[in-house]
Ligand binder design. Structure first.
Ligand SMILES: Nc1ncnc2c1ncn2[C@@H]1O[C@H](COP(=O)(O)OP(=O)(O)O)[C@@H](O)[C@H]1O
Ligand SMILES: [Mg+2]
Length: 363
């Protein structure tokens, strides 16, 4: 999977820009606030249907303009081209795939796969469960068919239930709980399956990346029991019923996939609490690289790798490991300092300069 071209119109600071990418390594160089992260953000719009930076689409529209437009041209592994467009206005988002307008934004999913590394990627290990659920959701929305729709329905119903809890209308809870446990169980089962495969890959990758002999183990943690979706559903339904009283006291729902975690252990100890900086970096890298492999196995396409300001965060050894890994795929890297990246072992580097929202392409 390669991005051939990207057009931005009134997207954040870009008034009108066209960017042509090479199929290998692309380096976006520019000073702070010139628009580097914005370029990666615009790419994430096509992979996820939304920005990785904000939930508020209207922030994406250039100040003083009524709407933003984005267009991307992709080439798949079979050399077929596809074209996607997004228009963002006060009324919401409209999308088109190969010139055909789509009803739901989620129909954009499954055309472009991305795996991104940012300075926040380390939070995947260091921060609380929310960051890891976000990682699962962002990854699975792209490569597990139907996941994004089920997740959205789940959150919609969760909001209704929480509203009832705050209103103390417990009589009508059971109708919501039935739907919530059905959708919640689908999310949990899919996450369990996905996490098992991701964990196996990450474990092997961690061993090859780490200079020590410790082990990475990753496991999906939920209060629900059961393996099959039906068993998980029964378990979730009874947990919801059992916690109903305390949920009313708290005013929110305390069980379900929105409370689960992806537990990361290094040598049997919680990485968030006990791991060293080096172990955290290696674990985060191993998880992301495992995700790349997962996407390749399940979609037949290589994801586009986005590295936002992150290479300077890694020492030279890990920089090399990462760059070697992404050498086979298209990668788009941003940096303020071109010289901080040791990319000399790589061929076909395209340098794209950006200065206050203006692009100039080089070599
Ligand atoms: N909606 C918008 N309209 C115009 N400019 C914007 C908008 N949103 C953000 N910006 C500007 O974009 C710049 C930040 O861009 P960013 O891509 O984060 O830069 P970089 O990653 O190169 O540091 C800031 O100067 C900010 O004011
Ligand atoms: Mg930036």
């Amino acid at each position: 999977m390669k991005i051939i071209r990207l057009d931005l119109m009134n997207f954040r600071r870009f008034e009108y820009s066209q960017i042509a990418f090479s199929s290998g390594l692309n380096i976006i160089v520019g000073n702070n606030a010139s628009g580097k992260t914005t370029i990666l953000e615009s790419i994430s719009m096509f992979a996820l249907g939304r920005s990785l930076r904000t939930r508020l689409d209207k922030e994406l529209i250039r100040f003083g303009q009524p709407e933003a437009q984005l267009r991307i041209k992709l080439q798949t592994i079979h050399n077929s081209n596809s074209d996607m467009a997004i228009r963002i206005s006060g009324k919401g988002k409209q999308i088109a795939v190969n010139g055909v307008s789509k009803k739901h934004v989620s129909e954009i999913l499954g055309h472009l796969y991305i795996v991104s590394f940012t300075p926040e990627t380390l939070q995947l290990i260091k921060a609380g469960p929310e960051e890891r659920r976000r990682f699962l959701n962002v990854a699975m929305a792209q490569c597990v068919q139907g996941y994004a729709d089920v997740l959205r329905s789940y959150h919609h119903i969760l909001q209704q239930r929480n509203h009832l809890l705050r209103m103390r209308q417990t009589e009508s809870l059971s109708t919501w709980d039935e739907q919530l446990s059905e959708l919640g169980a689908r999310i949990i089962s899919e996450r369990q399956r996905f996490s098992r495969e991701l964990a196996a890959g990450a474990r092997t990758l961690y061993e090859s990346l780490a200079d020590s002999s410790d082990h990475l183990s990753i496991q999906y943690r939920t209060q629900c029991s059961g393996e099959s979706s039906v068993a998980v559903q029964q378990s979730l339904a009874s947990l919801l019923a059992r916690h109903a009283q305390s949920d009313v006291m708290r005013g929110y729902t305390t069980v379900g996939p929105h409370r689960d975690d992806l537990q990361v252990l290094i040598d049997d100890h919680q990485a968030a609490k006990y791991a060293s900086q080096g172990q955290i970096r290696t674990a985060a890298l191993a998880m992301q690289l495992s995700l790349i492999a997962y996407i390749e196995t399940h979609t037949g396409e290589s994801p586009v790798i986005l590295l936002d300001d992150v290479l300077s965060e890694l020492d030279e050894h890990r920089q090399k490991q990462l760059l070697n890994f992404v050498d086979k795929t298209q990668a788009i890297i941003t940096t303020a300092h071109q010289s901080s990246i040791s990319w000399n072992q790589l061929q076909s580097v395209k340098v794209i300069r950006v200065d206050r929202g203006i692009i100039s392409n080089e070599g």
